[in-house]
Ligand binder design. Structure first.
Ligand SMILES: C[S@@+](CC[C@H](N)C(=O)[O-])C[C@H]1O[C@@H](n2cnc3c(N)ncnc32)[C@H](O)[C@@H]1O
Length: 235
């Protein structure tokens, strides 16, 4: 008998008035189609390896190099508060939650999106009740304040900026109210010297009076035409 794992039902989706998102609203995470023969399924996944990345059997919206940088950060910095702006399917949130579950200290994980992941309930159950997937607008002033307070109170705060393009706007908005020393990674920085691409941001759009490059993790984690920009807030 085959047992299918239960995935949480899709919650009611209410995008706040006046907020535009071009993302499609179906938050079912992707899986590889299982072939009748295992060798075929494996071959298919190997063939697509360069294009898609998977974690826990689901597609993760990160490149292998970005995952490597994030993993190193979790291992050596060991954040106790993780904020993710933009949950997407939620597979990276699940990854953060597993990190929290295995840590020998409390790790609070908060992920924000206009559209909740279909796996919200499953993901929230991983980290002893300390993971929350909230349906909020990243730009809502109350949300900004609530998240900044969390980060400012944390010993080792981390924020992943991965919401609405251009993500430099989110970096500047959040960094403004943050204490010194908050580790901040932002997706989709245009590669230096490249002409700008629609979803990327130029590094000159970052307010460098608020953040420094975080050199040990400033790794050129390349994602097609963009990369993960690693920063830390300054005084
Ligand atoms: C690139 S995806 C996030 C991927 C995810 N961090 C991951 O690594 O798997 C960007 C997400 O930001 C969300 N988003 C865009 N604008 C937003 C806003 N104003 N408030 C909250 N979420 C927003 C989109 O709905 C989308 O799911």
């Amino acid at each position: 008998m085959t047992r299918r794992r239960k995935v949480a039902d899709k919650p009611d989706v209410k995008v706040p008035k006046g907020v535009k998102t071009t993302d499609d609203l179906d938050r079912s995470p992707y899986r590889i189609k299982i072939g009748k023969k295992h060798d075929k399924a494996l071959f298919r996944s190997m063939k697509g390896q360069g294009k898609r990345r998977y974690l826990f059997g689901y597609r993760v919206q990160q490149t292998a190099t970005s995952m490597w940088v994030i993993e190193r950060m979790l291992a050596s910095y060991r954040p106790d508060v993780i904020i993710e702006l933009g949950t997407g399917f939620g597979v990276l949130t699940a990854h953060f939650s597993v990190y929290g579950m295995f840590s020998d200290f409390d790790v609070e994980v908060i992920s924000i999106d206009l559209t909740p992941s279909k796996m919200k309930d499953n993901i929230e159950a991983i980290n002893g009740g300390q993971t929350q997937l909230l349906q909020r607008d990243i730009y809502d002033p109350e949300t900004v304040k609530m998240l900044q307070d969390k980060l400012n109170k944390a010993k080792r705060p981390f924020i992943l900026v991965d919401g609405k393009d251009p993500k430099s706007t989110e970096v500047n908005l959040y960094a403004k109210g943050l204490k010194e020393g908050v580790v901040m990674f932002a997706h989709d920085a245009c590669l230096d010297g490249n002409k700008s691409i629609p979803w990327g941001f130029k590094e000159s759009k970052i307010d460098w009076t608020l953040v420094n490059r975080l050199e040990p993790f400033y790794t050129w984690a390349v994602e097609g035409d963009t990369r993960l920009l690693c920063m830390v807030t300054k005084k």
